[in-house]
Structures are given as C-alpha cells and as structure tokens.
Write a protein that binds this ligand. Structure first.
Ligand code: AMP
Length: 180
C-alpha cells in the first residue's frame, strides 16, 4: 500500500477520515495540526509565538513543520503514513519529496463546499474555530493548496473525493481507492 496525503479545507473531515484509515489499515496518522497543538502546551516563548500564529489562522513556518515530519519519519521507519494537514505549502511538498518518493504516495482531495465547511466548523469548538478565523483559514488553504495540487498533477494517483455526506459514506469512497 502507498503512503497517503489527504487534502481538503478545514472542516473537510481530514482528521476523522485519516483516523479511520489508520485504524483499518494500520497506518500512522500524522496530523501536523495535532502535533503542534500538543507541542504548544509548553509555556515557553516559541510556544506562545506558535499559538498566536495558529489562533490567527496563519501557517506556522515551514522549518518548524518540516522538522516535525522529519522526526516522525525517523521514529516510524517501517510505517505507512496518512498525512493530514501536510504538506500545506509548496516548500513542504518539496521537502516531503526528499523523504518519500512521489511514486509511493496516493493523494486524496476531499471536496466540501465553503457553506458546509462553515456549518461544520461552527459546531466544532476548537480555539481557532472562530468565524472570522474560519474565513481566513479557508483563504489561506486555497492560496497555498492550489499550487500544491498543480505540483502533484502529473501523479496518476491524485483523486478528487466527494467529502460531503456521512462519515461512513466518505470512508467507503476512500477505502475503495486505497485497496485498489
Ligand atoms: P489543522 O489541525 O490541520 O486545521 O491545523 C491547525 C493550524 O495548525 C493551522 O491553521 C496552522 O496554523 C497550523 N498548521 C497545521 N499544519 C500545518 C502545516 N503543514 N504548515 C503550517 N502550519 C500548519
């Protein structure tokens, strides 16, 4: 099986689906957002800076995020990864190329309308889920992700997935592609 990257705007269900994939197929679920939220429980200056960036809905620097990926790759050498929230910039995608051959990756783009995203995120209660912030994160997402999708467009394993509907339905769509 291939490593997987799940793209999709905030609220598309990347985390939920990545978690289901990791359980069903024994993948290592790697959410950079999750690792960052865990890391910033420390009250040092760097943590405070990262919290500020995340609460604004901006992206944490490529260096910090790539370092997380490097460490996780080192700690989970024989695992297949399902990446959730990474790569978020072209620089990160290029960095990932140095760790994993693109031929060994399948990419899923979860498509969810902006209206549905806003609806879902207003039900979730995370510190960075304020409404003004949601719009900014959607903007940041598209500005950064559209070039990444172009970067991978030569891949014959980049799939668009309908991310609307219930969790099990979306999972079934993904499962069909993973096991193919
Ligand atoms: P997420 O849990 O994926 O929605 O990420 C929450 C926040 O963490 C984002 O709004 C960013 O501030 C930060 N973050 C997560 N992943 C990345 C990444 N790959 N690059 C930069 N910032 C990230």
């Amino acid at each position: 099986m291939k490593h997987l990257i799940i793209f999709g705007p905030p609220g598309a269900g990347k985390g939920t689906q990545a978690e289901k994939i990791s359980q069903e197929f024994n993948y290592k679920h790697l959410s950079t957002g999750h690792v960052l939220r865990e890391a910033i429980n420390k009250k040092d200056d760097l943590s405070k800076k990262i919290i500020e960036i995340m609460n604004k809905g901006s992206l944490v620097s490529d260096d910090i995020v790539n370092e997380i990926i490097k460490q996780q790759a080192k700690d989970n050498k024989n695992k297949k990864f399902v990446f959730d929230g990474y790569p978020r910039t072209l620089e990160q995608a290029k960095y990932l190329d140095t760790l994993i051959n693109q031929k060994d990756i399948s990419l899923f783009n979860l498509i969810v309308s902006p209206e549905e995203v806003i609806k879902r995120l207003s039900l979730r209660k995370r510190d960075d889920d304020e409404e003004s912030n949601i719009k900014r994160r959607l903007e940041v997402y598209h500005n950064n992700t559209d070039p990444i999708l172009s970067y991978y467009k030569e891949s014959d394993r980049l799939y668009k997935i309908n991310g609307e509907g219930d969790i099990e339905e979306v999972f079934k769509r993904l499962k069909n592609l993973i096991t193919n």
